[in-house]
Design a protein around this ligand. Structure first.
Ligand code: PMP
Length: 427
């Protein structure tokens, strides 16, 4: 065990689990590559969804952050804050939400917590609909609406949560259904729940489940839900913490694949928007955002330094059409990995869109999830110089691929070659 890992174990909680038998210390990065403390270089196929949406050490963001740090970092909320107003304007304009208001937090958890605060206050109900297999964060309320048991360490939620089908159909009763039949079955399930509950405040859902293993529901699922929700006045909160800002390639927001019934009532975002600076937030129609009748501020949400990072990062990704890049390069990567999957019986499915790609592993010849294979592939990929993630259901049998959105075709090829070798070594 290396010295830093021993110290980590001695002072940090046991449940702060790390990847790899020999955990990695990443010391620096550039573009799509990172280096560890032993000087090894890795192509980063996972950091894009964690923090670094655009590129490691992006000079435009570094410059904006250091200039702002040298000027002022003060209260985000008690005085006028120019970068916060500018970023809110930009996000409202890109959001698709009519008459949008934006509130900044420091994390995705706090963003979802705020969305729940607004929804429950607006609707005067503490019953919430959430999806099975979902992940929404680690606060008391976010844990309560997280359907993925592996990430929900307590059941003592302040909310009454009812879980809806629709996130996953890899196996179980929905596995054999085609898209239309799956949507119909899930809508029936939703109607059944609504027939036996107090009026819920909202449905919160990830357009593609992130921690849940990048599972892609059929396009239009949430539009079909929305038709039912609207009849009951129930709000739709899209958790775009992983799917926002062009990652899915075809769309700027994940909800747009489900847009028939219009935009969500609220959108939550976080992670990579600051390319590493801790920004989260909620976008809501004014009527909902303004329903609170007392102050509710966040000391660090919207601080000048994170807003400067967000502005520089957003400008870069729009100017360089990184959404288009995610569509093109992600499309090639998905095709390439589907070719590999066709030759390996342990690879059940390559799914996702843009640069958000899930690879579901099973014990060959069966339908059983294979978490050991997922861990083995993660280790082998690391040996080969590639970082990927894992996730999925209660058994973590999916590989997760989410590189920075500036990934080049050559890098996609390089990563696919390493991953193919790692998959072959595991089966
Ligand atoms: N929502 C989703 C969909 C997420 O993936 C995450 C983080 N994995 C969160 C919320 C929570 O974000 P944070 O870790 O910034 O609190």
């Amino acid at each position: 065990m290396n010295d830093l890992y021993t110290r980590h174990r001695n002072v940090l909680p046991d449940w702060l689990a790390l990847y790899y038998d020999e955990p990695l210390e990443i010391t620096h990065g550039e573009g799509r590559y990172v280096w560890d403390s032993a000087g090894n270089r890795y192509l980063d196929f996972f950091g894009g969804i964690l923090t670094t949406m655009t590129a490691h050490a992006l000079p435009e963001v570094t410059k904006a952050v250091s200039e702002q740090a040298g000027r002022i970092i003060h209260s985000s909320t008690l005085y006028l804050n120019r970068p916060m107003v500018e970023l809110a304007e930009r996000i409202a304009q890109l959001s698709g939400v009519p008459d949008a208001r934006v509130f900044f937090t420091t994390s995705g958890t706090e963003a979802n917590d705020t969305a729940l605060l607004l929804a429950t206050a607006y609707r005067r109900s503490n019953t919430v609909l959430a999806m099975r297999n979902s992940y929404h964060g680690r606060s008391f309320s976010a844990v309560g609406i997280t359907g993925n048991r592996s990430w929900s360490p307590t059941s003592l939620s302040p909310l009454q949560t009812l879980y809806v089908h629709g996130g996953v159909r890899t196996r179980g009763p929905f596995a054999a259904l085609d898209d239309r039949a799956f949507i119909e079955a899930c809508v029936e399930d939703l109607k059944d729940i609504l027939g036996h509950t107090r009026p819920p405040a909202a449905l919160i859902a990830e357009p593609i489940q992130g921690v849940g293993g990048f599972t892609s529901p059929p396009d239009g699922l949430y539009a079909a839900f929305r038709d039912v929700l609207k009849e009951h006045g129930i709000l739709w909160i899209a958790d775009e913490v992983q799917t926002g800002w062009g990652r899915t390639g075809d769309h700027f927001w994940g909800w747009q694949a489900h847009a028939r019934s219009g935009p969500p009532d609220m959108v939550t975002f976080a992670k990579g928007i600051g390319n590493g600076a801790s920004i989260g937030g909620v976008i809501a129609r004014a009527e909902i955002m303004n329903c609170l009748d007392a102050n509710s501020i966040s000391t660090f949400g919207g601080t000048q330094i994170t807003m400067a990072a967000g502005l520089a990062n957003l400008a870069y990704l729009v100017e360089h059409d990184l959404q288009g890049n995610a569509r093109r390069v992600g499309g090639l990567l998905i095709e390439r990995l589907r070719g590999v999957a066709a030759q390996l019986p342990g690879v059940r499915e390559v799914r996702g869109r843009g640069l958000m790609i899930g690879v579901e592993l099973v014990r060959p010849g069966t339908d059983e999830a294979d978490p050991q294979a997922a861990s083995a592939v993660l280790e082998a990929a690391r040996e080969g110089g590639l970082l990927i993630g894992k996730g999925g259901g209660h058994n973590t049998s999916a590989l997760r691929i989410a590189p920075p959105l500036s990934l080049t075709v050559a890098e996609a090829e390089e990563g696919a070659t390493i991953l193919e070798r790692a998959l072959r070594s595991a089966y």
